[in-house]
Ligand binder design. Structure first.
Ligand SMILES: [Mg+2]
Length: 125
């Protein structure tokens, strides 16, 4: 499965243009990669701010398949929408989010995301 993944508020807390705090995404993302899924970082970040996000994936040992594109879709569409089988984004309706005292914006609840991934048989229990 190809999974498009937002960065700010999704894999870390919202601290744009800085890198936010850990919110429990790392072990789940590692599970996804280990299960053979391909992660596309799908973010508004560009230039140095994108490099900072890529460095976060590198530091955490999470392999990305692509960044802001699906290299395979050019063979069947000229659309700019990045094709994926699933999108994980804190702004997506239905994405489980967490509110935390003192934190400006809610962020993805990875415990609940993992439960959904297991329920949908994307990863094993
Ligand atoms: Mg976001």
């Amino acid at each position: 499965m190809v999974i498009a993944l937002d960065f700010d508020g999704t894999v870390v807390t919202h601290e744009y243009p800085y890198i936010g705090e850990d919110i429990g995404a790392v072990p789940v993302l590692k599970e996804l990669v280990a299960a053979g899924h391909q992660l596309i970082l799908f973010t508004m970040r560009s230039g140095k701010l994108l490099d900072d996000a890529l460095a976060w994936f590198e530091r955490n040992g999470i392999e990305l398949y692509a960044v802001n594109e699906n290299p395979e879709q050019v063979s069947w569409t000229s659309s700019v929408k990045v094709h994926a089988n699933m999108y994980i984004d804190d702004c997506a309706l239905g994405c489980p989010i967490r509110f935390e005292d003192g934190v400006r914006r809610p962020f993805v609840d990875w415990k609940k995301v993992r439960e959904i991934l297991v329920y949908n048989r994307v990863i094993a229990e």
